[in-house]
Structure formats: C-alpha cells, structure tokens
Design a protein around this ligand. Structure first.
Ligand code: F0G
Length: 462
C-alpha cells in the first residue's frame, strides 16, 4: 500500500521570526494631519506614521540570520578585501560576466553606464525604463524609449509574459536609427508595467535582433529570481529546471547588466554594473573611482558585500520563491475578487491597483493614482506608491501628458509582513473602493524639473 505524501494547500512562510520591529498604530485624524504636513506626498511622511509600508520592496526586506552573521565577517579593507571576493564569486555564480563593478545602489550603476554610452542624440530602448533609469538616460541628453508589447500596456489583458519586448518594434527602431543606439536594455521583471516577467523565448529573440545589428544587450536585473520563477512556472519546457540554472541562461543571453541589490539580492543597500566589454569596463571603473569608490568596494562597506552574497544564495531557493510569488498573488487575487481593478496577472513583487479604472471621474492629469494612494494611507495607514502621471507625466521639455497607465503599486518587502498584515491591507483597499466615488483629483503646487514624484507638493481640486 503506497502512502502518498501529504500536500498542504497552504503555502507557508519558509522561515520563522527571530527579531521583531514594533508597528505604531495611528488614528485616521492623525493621518489626515500627517498628510497635510507632507503636502500630500507620501514620500514626505515620517515612516513611523505608516502602519504597513508598501511604498517599495527596495532595501526594506528582512535579512536572514545568515545574512546578519555574514555582516560580522565583513572585512573593511580599502583594497582587495576578502568580502569583495565573496561578493564577486556569488555574483558570478549567477551572472558570469567578465567585469563586476560594485555600486552603492542600482541608480549609481545606471548613471555610470549611461554616462559612458548616452549623450544627446542617443536612444536607449527598453521594455519599460523604471523612473531612475529613464532619468539617468535623459540626464545625459539621450532619449529613453519604452517598447513593451501592447498587452503590457493594458492592465486587464491576461498574458503570461506581459513584460516582453515588442521585438518587431525593436527591429524597426534599429533598422531606422542603429547609429544612435549604443545598447538595448530589458528590465526583468518589468517594474513600471506591473512587475510582469519576460520570457526566455522573448529574451532569445531580443538577443537575436541585437546580434543582427551588433548591439550589446544589457539587463536591468533587479528582480531576476522572481522573473526566473515565472519562467519556470509558465514557460513550456522549463518546469523541471533549477531557478539558478534559468538565471544563468538569462545572463548568457546578455552582454552586461545593472543591478539594484536592494531587491532580489536581499540587501538593504547595494548594486552593481557588470559587462564583458573590456574597454567599456575600464571607462566605467574610472568613473566609479571618481564617484563611488575603489573597484573592490564601490560605494559599499565590506559587510554589505557579504550580506548581498548571502542574499544571492537565498533568493534562488524554490521554497522561498514559491512563497514569495504566492503571497503577492494572495493579495492581488483577493482584491480582484472584491472587484477592485488590479493589473493582471499579478506580478512578482507588488500588486498594482488600476486607479484610472477605479476613479474614472478623475482625469489622468489630475492624478487618480495619487488620489488613491492618499486615500489608502488615510483609511488605514497603508503606504503605496503612485506609478502613473505623477511619476511619468512630465516630459523632458516640460509639457504634460498622461502616463500609459495610472497605477498604485503596493510593493511587498521581502520576508517582512505576515498573512494577517495582508488581510488588513485587503480590508483597507475595500474601504478605499467604497470611498472611491467621493475622491477628488489633485494639482501640483510645486515640483522639481525631474523625478518630481519624490518631492512634489499637492493640493486637492476644489
Ligand atoms: N531598475 C528598476 C527596475 C528598479 O525597480 C529600480 C528601483 C532601479 C532600477 C534603481 O535601483 O533604487 O537601487 O537605485 N526601484 C525601487 C522601487 C526604488 O521602488 O521600485 P536603486
């Protein structure tokens, strides 16, 4: 008689809690006062006034016991620290590029890379540039172009790989303007487009086009492990592979990468730039020394290099990724069942509420995403992040246009919140849905010339 192994339906956190941080409960009227002081910009709140902080999954995750232990091994030698070799070996285990250049976070890698290859008249195609990537491209005078497939711009269309690049559009862009395009970029997963993955098949096609036109392919690989898990789950023929092996195949299709180690590498800070091109690497290292630090530590302490190396070993665990992707879907599926419009299918690191659909009475140029994000904080102290016309509506020439979508991202910090925290977030979203018809649009009272979402001040329309 065979006794089959018990398969529970519940996918549990594959860890238990070792150290806790208190949360501070506030009242709705306290939160209304905090919003007013913050000029209705959630980035300007004091974090202690936030109950469940879903502003970002960047650097906000819980490190493991073994990461904290690794911190103790950190060696702070200026040059040639053992921690550097631990770090670069761990990076190369997954991304075997010839040159690994550590930076203090992802945007530093972007600035160094685009400082080297960007400039006026240049065009950088990507599936979708994230805010700092776009800003770093534009800061050099180059144009940042988004070429995600059409499905990736429609929140309600179901598609397994909504982060895919539109390969035909890429080919015709290269045919038209090859001389102006220094490299092609693909962001995995596609953060601005809903945390949606890119398939191996699409990456192979993009690689092929890059080869036709002799252009290097760079990955913006912040959420590479989540992307690889989706490939394993959804792409035909990938079901029996190790995630680490899928990651290595993804790396083999590219010529370089930028990375924020604050995401899948499980660090609180860190990043890197990697590539195979010796000349470009030398140029980038020279800028690194000028602005970040010596090439064996970049902008980081030795202890941070150790924590990232350990995080890289942990993030490719199948038990972790199954829990991670399932717990994000748990939130998204519950909101969908409640009739709250969300980007579907649910992405890896976040659930994206479709504020334009929930608040059809607010014009995109009056920032429905911002109105919804403010409401979620007011109702329940939940802080999300507008990804829409506040973030992307201002063009480099100062004109305004609606972003492709007006979303509110509820990003899930890694290994940080429990299922009851998420159940609370669901209730808060349901209350925001009830209040939706009464919500008002906003205008911007003052804003900086770029990256305005971080510091702009708002007031409500009368
Ligand atoms: N690329 C992507 C796709 C990102 O999501 C981010 C950061 C970066 C680059 C820049 O990395 O923050 O280390 O400088 N995204 C964070 C977010 C901030 O909230 O999504 P960084």
């Amino acid at each position: 008689m065979g006794t089959g192994e018990f398969q529970a339906k519940t996918i549990i956190e594959p860890f238990r809690i070792h150290s806790v941080e208190p949360l501070r409960l506030t009242t709705e009227s306290e939160r209304r006062a905090a919003l007013e002081v913050a000029g209705y910009n959630l980035f300007s709140l004091r974090a202690e006034d936030v109950l469940i902080d879903l502003l970002t999954d960047s650097g906000t995750g819980a490190m493991s016991r073994d990461q904290w232990a690794a911190i103790q091994r950190g060696d702070e030698s200026y040059a040639g620290s053992p921690s550097w070799f631990v770090f670069s070996d761990a990076v190369r285990e997954l991304f075997p590029f010839d040159h690994i250049i550590p930076t203090h976070q992802g945007r530093a890698a972007e600035r160094i890379l685009f400082g080297a290859v960007g400039g006026p008249g240049k065009v950088i195609p990507n599936n979708t540039h994230f805010d700092t990537t776009r800003a770093n491209v534009e800061a050099t005078g180059a144009q940042a172009l988004d070429l995600v497939i059409a499905e990736g711009r429609d929140p309600s269309v179901d598609h397994p790989f909504k982060g895919n690049m539109d390969v035909d559009a890429l080919r015709s862009l290269l045919a038209d303007q090859s001389a102006n395009i220094p490299l092609v970029m693909v962001t995995i997963t596609n953060n601005s487009g809903g945390g949606q993955p890119v398939s191996l098949e699409n990456l192979r096609e993009v690689r092929q086009v890059c080869e036709e036109f002799h252009k290097p392919l760079f990955l913006d690989a912040c959420r590479f492990a989540e992307n690889a898990w989706f490939i394993r789950e959804r792409e035909p023929g990938q079901q029996d592979r190790e995630v680490a092996d899928i990651v290595r195949e993804i790396a083999s299709l590219a010529d370089g990468m930028t990375m924020s180690a604050k995401k899948d590498p499980m660090g609180n800070i860190g990043g890197w730039l990697a590539m195979n091109d010796d000349d470009l690497a030398e140029q980038c290292r020279t800028t690194l020394i000028l602005t970040e630090g010596f090439p064996t530590y970049g902008g980081l302490a030795g202890r941070d290099l150790e924590a990232i190396a350990q995080g890289l070993r942990e993030v490719v665990s199948h038990d972790y990724l199954r829990y991670r992707i399932r717990s994000t879907a748990y939130l998204g599926d519950a909101l969908h069942r409640a009739g709250i419009p969300v980007v579907r299918p649910i992405g890896g690191h976040a659930v994206y509420l479709d504020a334009r659909a929930l608040l059809p009475h607010i014009e995109p140029l009056n920032f429905p995403g911002q109105a919804l994000a403010i409401c979620l904080y007011e109702v329940g102290g939940v802080r999300g992040c507008e990804i829409g016309t506040v973030m992307f509506g201002r063009r480099p020439d100062g004109t305004e246009q609606p972003a492709p979508m007006d979303l509110v991202r509820l990003a899930i910090p890694r290994r940080t919140y429990t299922q009851s925290h998420v159940d609370y977030v669901i209730e808060v979203c349901e209350e925001a849905q009830r209040r939706a018809p009464q919500l008002k649009g906003l205008r911007i009272d003052n804003e900086p010339p770029s990256l305005r979402h971080f510091t702009a001040q708002f007031s409500f329309q009368s």
